[in-house]
Design a protein around this ligand. Structure first.
Ligand SMILES: [Zn+2]
Length: 70
């Protein structure tokens, strides 16, 4: 049975839910284990990848030899 990551929109708690494909297809809406809110949404792996990159990798848009930076 696959695991899904969910986040509560009330208290931002992230939790894992174990559900069958059938349960997913029928509109799974798990309850937050911390505050028991049903305002939860599924987290996708791509979101975790974006967050893990951090913000220190910024580089200017000038290319060497283009002349814009002298
Ligand atoms: Zn919650």
């Amino acid at each position: 049975m696959p695991l899904y990551d969910y986040q509560c929109e009330e208290c931002r708690t992230v939790f894992e839910v174990r559900a069958t494909i059938h349960e997913k297809e029928t509109g799974l809406q798990p309850e937050c284990p911390a505050c028991h809110s049903e305002k939860t949404h599924q987290l996708l792996n791509a979101i975790f990848m974006l967050h893990s990159k951090g913000g220190s990798g910024f580089q200017g848009s000038c290319e060497p030899g283009s002349g814009c930076c002298g």
